[in-house]
Design a protein around this ligand. Structure first.
Ligand code: NAD
Length: 261
């Protein structure tokens, strides 16, 4: 499946799932715009390393997904530098875990801003260019928590359910413009975001990180293994391909059976 000639912008791609998706799209030939936080020297090494290894153009935007003006600026700069944003992957996300009555207001605000509002702002900015070309792919990284809930994740679950809803609206509005919009709904993927939750649980319950992993998986997923960022990347490549041209508005689960029950 060749994505040569396409430009893919992946938010939150300096780590975890976003990096797995960016690498997979780059391996399929797409030019890339990376985004996310991290050590500037490491990000530059990542950017230039991917460009050299894959023989593609790779740009980086440090835009903060909690800031609407920076999101619009990122899409405009990407279009100016690389000619288009053909594939938009809204992936950046954060997590915070507490019961509703203890959930800090500022954590609610930042999760809603980064996990939900950023998806709206980036999609809004990218749609005119996609419509003009008559081709586009919007891939929103939701979660199993976009379909079902867990305790202590009120902002995350609310944001991810809303992302699934927003994906459906985009699919309907863009149905006859050559642009599809889909949501990938992963279960547990072993990334820094989950490693932080594993360490917190291991400490809280005085168990090893391996035991915390076992408990996390067995509580939620019939299949007791993690998905990998590369697995999610492979699906993003498929959703970007012509074979997926009529798949739109779909929440696609990659979750070891989490939401099957
Ligand atoms: P991660 O912590 O490894 O990576 C998050 C990325 O987002 C990083 O590149 C980080 O720099 C970036 N980011 C965070 N805040 C940002 C901001 N304000 N502006 C720009 N970039 C920002 O996390 P991950 O596990 O790879 O998660 C990626 C996405 O996948 C998230 O939307 C998450 O909700 C979703 N997801 C993860 C899992 C899982 O099990 N790991 C499961 C389902 C869904």
């Amino acid at each position: 499946m060749s994505l040569k000639g396409k430009v893919a912008l992946v938010t939150g791609s300096t780590s975890g799932i976003g990096l797995g998706i960016a690498r997979a799209l780059g391996e399929a030939g797409a030019d890339l715009v990376l985004n996310g936080f991290g050590d500037p020297a490491q990000i530059e090494a990542l950017r230039s390393g991917l460009a050299k290894e894959l023989g593609i153009r790779v740009h980086y935007s440090g835009a903060d997904m909690s800031k609407p003006a920076e999101i619009a600026g990122m899409v405009a700069q990407a279009t100016e530098a690389l000619g288009a944003v053909d594939i938009l992957v809204n992936n950046a996300g954060i997590q915070f875990v507490a019961n509703i009555e203890d959930f800090p207001d500022d954590k609610w605000d930042s999760i809603i801003a980064i996990n939900l509002s950023a998806v709206f702002h980036a999609t809004k900015a990218a749609i005119p260019g996609m419509k003009k070309k008559g081709w586009g792919r919007i891939i929103n990284i939701a979660s199993a928590h976009g379909l079902v809930a867990s305790a202590q994740k009120v902002a995350y679950v609310a944001a991810k359910h809303a992302v699934v809803g927003m994906t459906k609206v985009a699919a309907i509005e863009l149905a006859n413009h050559g642009v599809t919009a889909n949501a990938i709904c992963p279960g547990w993927v072993l990334t820094p975001l989950v490693e932080r939750q594993l360490e917190a649980r291991a400490q809280q319950e005085r168990i090893s990180v391996d035991e915390a992993k076992r408990r996390f998986l067995s509580e939620k997923q019939p299949m007791t293994q993690f998905s990998s960022p590369a697995d999610i990347g492979a699906l993003a490549v498929f959703l970007s391909s012509d074979a997926a041209k009529t798949i739109t508005g779909a929440p696609v689960s990659v979750d070891g059976g989490w939401v099957a029950g």
